[in-house]
Design a protein around this ligand. Structure first.
Ligand SMILES: Cc1ncc(COP(=O)(O)O)c(C=O)c1O
Length: 345
């Protein structure tokens, strides 16, 4: 609100104009239409929301999109992150991640120094927030780049925890990864970035809103399950190493990532699924653009990672049975020589 140019004070010490009108410093209701507004657009999935964002900001041939060097691919799903880049024929570069899947800030800075960057993509893997989140955004800002936060796994970290999604220009959600829906993606453009909004590009579809679910309770259950898993896995530390600590304040996990140290992750994955426990590996195979020669750490992670379920339908008793099964499967695989892998993590 702008300071009124000329005011006088009446006998009750209320500020009024010369014409006698009361000056309102605080309105009864908020009315700034774009204040704190996050404009949401619905899509069938996160990748189409990402595609729409990239098309809206449309980097030129000499402008790069920077992506983390940990992006997976599968024959069934393709690559949710890289396919939009390839389809639009955009110019890209990958920044390194370390063995804990954290951003290598020095490498990221090198890329900013040596390339013209239009968009920095940050991925909040499995709902967790990178320790270098704030620094990475500051870096992007200092080079005038836009920031897209990929919250395909972190919608609840954003909406309930408030720990991500606010510092970048826009973010994408994957509703079907966090809620019992067959499809659903969302592009959220943060307040102050309305210039990105070109409505012709948004193909809105009808989707249930996230708040048609009790997202607070869902988040609570996911966090509780992750906490319990971290305790239950303690005795298996020599074989199963949590990638990170249990969720920190504001983080809501999509899954609980661990590294399988000594037996074949692939064989363990199949054994666990055969036993009825829905574990996944995000990601088991890197896209071919992330080469083993250039990004050995990413490939090492991809060989060992296993994501354990913590979703809202999982009961604590089932987690106990799952961890027992994990121990049994590892014991069995350890006893069979060909399942051992050289150079554990
Ligand atoms: C980090 C990340 N971002 C985006 C996507 C794309 O999500 P969706 O399947 O909703 O397109 C995926 C999954 O494929 C993902 O793992």
């Amino acid at each position: 609100m702008t300071e009124p140019e000329k005011i006088i004070w009446n006998t009750f010490y209320l500020p009024i104009t010369y014409s006698g009108e009361l000056i309102v410093y605080i309105e009864k209701l908020a009315h700034q239409s774009n204040g704190f507004r996050r404009s949401c657009f619905t899509f069938t999935n996160a990748r189409s929301a990402f595609f729409a964002f990239l098309k809206a900001v449309l980097p030129q041939a000499d402008e790069k999109v920077l992506l983390p060097a940990y992006i997976g691919w599968s024959s069934r799903e393709g690559s949710g992150v890289f396919d939009p880049i390839a389809e639009l024929g955009l110019s890209y570069a990958f920044y390194k991640v370390d063995r804990r899947l954290h951003i290598d800030l020095d490498h990221l800075e090198q890329l900013f120094q040596t390339h013209k960057v239009k968009v920095l993509v940050l991925i909040h893997y499995f709902g967790y927030v990178d320790p270098n989140y704030v620094k990475a955004i500051k870096l992007a800002r200092s080079y005038g780049a836009l920031v897209l936060e990929d919250e395909a796994h972190a919608m609840l970290t954003d909406l309930v925890g408030g720990a991500s999604g606010r510092l970048g220009d826009a973010c994408i959600f994957s509703l079907h990864k966090m809620l019992p829906l067959k499809e659903g993606g969302m592009l959220v453009v943060n307040s102050g970035q309305e210039s990105l909004l070109n409505s012709e590009l948004w193909a809105e579809i009808h989707l249930p809103s996230p708040w048609e679910y009790d997202i607070k309770e869902i988040s609570h259950r996911r966090c509780q399950n992750a906490e319990l898993l971290s305790q239950l896995l303690e005795p298996l530390r020599d074989e199963v190493e949590p990638l990170w600590d249990k969720p920190q304040a504001g983080e809501v996990p999509q899954t609980y990532p661990v590294l399988i140290r000594n037996v074949s992750r692939d064989q363990l994955y199949f054994a666990m699924n055969q036993a009825g426990f829905g574990v996944v590996s995000l990601y088991h195979t890197m896209i071919e653009q992330i080469t083993l020669e250039e990004f050995p750490v990413s490939h090492q992670l991809a060989r060992h990672i296993l994501n354990l379920p913590v979703h809202q339908d999982v009961e604590s008793d089932a987690l106990k049975v799952m961890v027992n099964q994990l121990a049994e499967c590892i014991k069995f695989l350890s006893a069979t020589t060909n399942s051992k892998i050289a150079g554990g993590v």
